[in-house]
Design a binder for this molecule. Sequence first.
Ligand code: ZN
Length: 480
Amino acid sequence: MNLDDKSLYRIFRTRDARYDGRFFVGVKTTGIYCRPVCPTMPKEENCVYFESQAAAEKAGFRPCLLCRPELAPGYAPIDFRRNMAHRARRMFDEKISSEKPIEEVCHVLGCTDRHLRRVFHEEFGVTPIEYLQTCRLLLAKELLTDTGISMTDVAYASGFRSVRRFNTLFKKKYNLTPTSFRKKAAGKVPGEITVKVGYRKPFLYEPLLKFIADRAIEGMEKVEKGVYTRTISIRKGNKKYSGLLHISNNEKKSCLHLTISESLLPVLPELMAKVKNQFDLYASPEEIYEGLSPVNDIVPGAFVKGTRIPGSMDDFEICVRAIIGQLVSVKGARTTLRKFVEAFGEKTGDWYLFPTCEQFAGHESDITEMLGPLGITKMKACAIEGVARYLMENPGSFRDTLDVESKIKDLMEIRGIGKWTAEYISMRTMQNTNILLDRDYGIRKMMDNFPALKDKKLQESWNPWKTYVTVGLWNLEMGG
Ligand SMILES: [Zn+2]
């Protein structure tokens, strides 16, 4: 952010939601720091500004209990110079309870510890270690406020290695023991685990939910009365954690509610990161709208402010959905996917988990025998085996990739994966915001109806948000 204090205070005074999560305001007289959308209004001379929660905490400020900085949405930069720092930050959000988060992130980004530290510090004003510690404390605070789980569970779920370490750090930072902090917060039902994940308004939840509902695989997921329910399985270290999660929208508070089974508590940070990814919560709607509103002159209603890209929770799952979806209707693909999940998915209670890549990698010789009976063509079966093998040989999630173009190329080298499939996978799993899916049937139809959309120069003016045009056109087609 390159704004002076005066402009920052003006933003704070108007509670401009566009800047939520992009900076924080420390109030010198109270020692508290706030989001720019906080209802409190301290005097200008008492305010100092920070780029991140961690930087505010490092300077000795405590999170405000009103606006709750731990719920501020993340921020995806369009400035590619800073891409690396932001990718690292997202990975840290997901890895706060990992054994060696910094090593893991350096490994994925292919950089040294020192380099990461420098880039990270430049962008956020803190080191990765300081950032991780703040994340852990903020998640612990959220769990103490919003759930009734035990202190030990709070400590481990938020990434602390021991309860004692958690107590010491919490007290040092917030001047309260976790126990007395919880007493101050409203009482919650023990056993229920619901956390909030914040976003920047406006947020079009309904079209996103409809996209998911139209493709929901019976037995594994469902959408009912505004709630998305699905199974998930996450591997961490040598263990696998599976269970059910429910997601709903709280528009008034600008956040999603995520309710999980107790079995998933050890992977809570990973799940929260997946939800952010699936619902595109890092997006800055105003900025995107500024770039794309002219599309509406060509196709009225093509881009609505707050439109989000449907993301993903699992790379293999999206790859299989994309492959099975090639050249068939959404409904047809859904039937095949249900059979696929029933045949190969592990059962958890009454539900199925989506099958894993381990089950198909290395089955080159018998893959058609495995998948043929489900009505999956030889070409698609080979593509599923190929992508499973690719994912086994290249661990690390697609989302963390810095070089989207070369990943798309890699995918297209797999037999049975063409440009449409590879690009579709990239927009759903790699946070690729700049794909105009012009080989897609629905998009082609829209372009035929509105030939002005085919203008290459016009398309270039949509950089770097072409994916949002794709989604906007899909939504319009779906609604109309
Ligand atoms: Zn506040």
